[in-house]
Design a protein around this ligand. Sequence first.
Ligand code: UDP
Length: 240
Amino acid sequence: MRRLEQRYEGKAKRVYATADPERFIIEYKDDATAFNARKRGVIAGKGALNNAVASAMFELLEAAGVPTHYLARLSPCEQLVKALSIIPLEVVVRNRAAGSFARRYGVAEGLALNPTVIEWCLKSDALGDPPLNDAAAVALGLASPELLAAMFELASGVNDLLREHLLDRGLELIDFKLEFGTSPEGGLVLADEISPDTCRLWDRETGEKLDKDRFRQDLGGVEAAYREVYRRLVSADSPF
Ligand code: UDP
């Protein structure tokens, strides 16, 4: 399947139409942004590495019965997906405090969170993706209470599956962001990506950060961290 006109360009991906109105092609880019795009850069090879990691994670979740938009990895940087109507909420799942959560509540990074915290943020770069509660999400017409409950359940199940899978491969899943959409039939489907851009991943033994925090915090070794995640989750062979 070939890509036709570009439909959308985000910070890390481009979305293209195909001849089939129910299918899109997503291209993963090497571009990296942080702090609501105030920091910009390029992580060499990231597009291909994230596409491979996200494809492997979507395949794992599909095999466990989670509906995802993923259909196939078409080329190093391209993925074929189902066209969905994206719900304008970011679903953030936190097993340990980090990033904006640690700053917001003044707690140490790494504090274990029990129960796991699941938060909604409004998907709006202009407003800096502000967090919102169930009532605000419903009152603003972003989702029904039933849809919020379904997203909570699905996000919680995804967390259980990913956490165990990653831990087996020496990675602790600190937190991550999911996006959901609805299919033309109205079903809730996991969309977007699952990669070191959207997950915080720490080495299980050493606590070393193997995710976009290396870029955000200028820790160095950014490309090496993305390659290491690929090595553990996709293949021990050299990426490409
Ligand atoms: N995240 C993301 N996109 C966003 C905001 C957050 O993928 O626009 C991910 C981020 O990589 C982390 C988790 O969601 O794994 C929680 O991020 P946080 O709210 O702590 O924000 P940040 O530290 O990026 O400001």
